[in-house]
Design a protein around this ligand. Structure first.
Ligand code: SAH
Ligand code: SF4
Ligand code: F3S
Length: 478
């Protein structure tokens, strides 16, 4: 009897039951192959891009584990290799193609190896076309909207025995109650919303992640309670624009209201969130942050450009002055707040004067750290069609000047805690020196101090002895 004949029962129609059915069926395939090879099967997921993708990968890892795969970080050895891709900038795509080239080489020697591609890049039809034409060795391709169907797609691919492609234009639903496997036992990302409706003119995310959808607050709170029961002390609430949380719910709820509920969860020690769009940051949110004992005094507040003229062309819907005013209100309410940002250099039509406006914001706000990017033309976005694309050499020159200044300022900003005692959540034993552990303060800064693995996952007071630019060396206080 073949495996196919053994599965005569029809899969359930409703989720998540349908996926639990397919997890069991996929498990049969894995067991069968394991028996044939006389060893367990292994898998690895390589994640590109943002925290959303990282969380998606944890969901895939949870399903892989239930199907019966063990973890094998080495792509060369793993029986199943998954790339969860990002397409926010051209170089993110190039990295994926580069890695795929290497995998092709390996697969020639190990034909049984299974390769899957998923994530944001797969939502672009031209990418999938290129893969179908020139990367035939890839077994399974799926997108951002159907990752919950991973087990079903795995089975489909096994049964088809050839390249299987399933990419959807839009999400049909949010499926709860599926497995996931966290990277860290003590902290976790929690999706509160998916997609984005902002359509910043340079950005491909709304096209590859679809329309904004908020998760039901009950499901979010329930997930966090379960995580806390399982040892999690810190959560990161995830969304492309958390400040617009709840607008699409049947009973609308604001992000500030959601935070108040999350704060009440006993045993939870730290709450972080990302990302905040300046245009939607409410006074209520500032008040909740100022009152909270658990929300970390850190805000990632992407400015993108300091020039009001460019901000308008970017469709960001705030001016330089409004942004600076927001920073002032935040600092008035939460004096020690740590501010970080994203900045794009070389947006179409950016002049030297526009760029100097960006430099001016950097001087005025003095970010604790800033991610700086050279503008990258993304297909379908309005900015890609704009005239006056800035010459590469000019972009590079501005980028270097910005980066140098941003780094100088963040080294100075980092130093302001020297000599103080701060709570640190210990994350790992230090890679380079086993006598040290590494953790994070509430403002996200890294601290290394003497300790051992018994401290991992604990929050301990640490005296910050010496600032080394972007991190501290310290000693645990008793
Ligand atoms: N939702 C988040 C950002 C997600 S993308 C927000 O609005 O802040 C992360 C960052 O990538 C953006 O903040 C932006 O700085 C950068 N980015 C997005 N598209 C880009 C492009 N076409 N070129 C260069 N950088 C880009
Ligand atoms: Fe992109 Fe703007 Fe949405 Fe952020 S808010 S994901 S930058 S479109
Ligand atoms: Fe990249 Fe997709 Fe995130 S494009 S930045 S992985 S939402």
């Amino acid at each position: 009897m073949t495996l196919e004949q053994r599965f005569v029962t029809e899969p359930p129609v409703s989720e998540p039951d349908r996926q639990h059915f397919y997890i069991a069926r996929a498990g049969e395939y894995v067991r069968e192959e394991s028996n044939r090879l006389g060893r367990v099967l292994s898998a690895t997921i390589t994640t590109f891009g943002c925290q959303m993708n990282a969380r998606d990968s944890e969901k895939l890892a949870g399903i892989l584990r239930q199907i019966g795969f063990v973890d094998e970080p080495d792509e060369e050895k793993a029986d199943f290799v998954i790339f969860n891709t990002c397409t926010v900038r051209e170089n993110a795509n190039m990295r994926v193609y580069g890695r795929l080239g290497q995998l092709n080489h390996i697969k020639r020697k190990q034909p049984h190896k299974m390769i899957a591609l998923c994530g944001c890049m797969m939502q672009e039809p031209e990418v999938v076309e290129k893969l179908q034409k020139s990367y035939r060795f890839v077994d399974l391709i799926f997108g951002t909207h159907n990752i919950y169907k991973f087990a079903e797609l795995f089975v489909k691919c096994k049964e088809a025995g050839r390249m299987t492609v399933d990419v959807w234009d839009e999400a049909d639903k949010i499926v709860e109650e599926l497995p996931n496997e966290r990277k860290y036992p003590f902290k976790s990302g929690v999706n509160i919303m998916f997609g984005c409706n902002n359509f910043c003119s340079y950005c491909i995310v709304p096209y590859v992640r679809g329309r904004e959808r908020s998760r039901n607050p009950r499901d979010i709170l329930h997930e966090i309670e379960r995580l806390v029961g399982d040892g999690v002390v810190e959560v990161m609430l995830l969304g492309q624009n958390v400040n617009s949380y709840g607008k699409t719910l049947d009973v609308p709820m604001s992000f500030a209201e959601l935070l108040r509920e999350v704060e009440k969860i006993e045993g939870l020690r730290r709450i972080r969130f990302m990302t905040s769009h300046p245009k939607d940051l409410s006074d209520d949110l500032i008040a909740v942050m100022a009152d909270s004992k658990k929300i970390c005094p850190h805000l990632h507040l992407p400015i993108q450009s300091g020039s009001t003229r460019i901000l308008q062309k970017m469709n960001r819907r705030y001016t330089k002055e409004q942004y600076l005013d927001l920073v002032k209100r935040l600092r008035d309410a939460i004096p020690d707040i740590s501010l970080t940002t994203d900045i794009i250099v070389g947006f179409p039509g950016e002049t030297e004067e526009d760029f100097l406006e960006t430099m001016d914001v950097v001087e005025k706000v003095r970010y604790d750290s800033a991610f700086t990017f050279q503008y990258s033309k993304r297909s379908k976005t309005p900015a890609a069609m704009m005239e006056n694309q800035v010459e590469a050499a000019v972009v590079k020159d501005r980028f270097d000047r910005l980066l140098a200044r941003v780094q100088e300022i963040s080294a100075q900003a980092c130093g302001r805690y020297e000599g103080k005692i701060k709570d640190v959540l210990v994350e790992t034993v230090n890679d380079h020196d086993q006598s040290l552990v590494t953790g994070r303060m509430d403002n996200n800064l890294l601290v290394h101090f003497p300790g051992n693995e018994t401290l991992v996952g604990k929050i301990v007071p640490v005296k910050l002895e010496e600032c080394k630019g972007f991190y501290y060396m310290g000693n645990q206080e008793s």
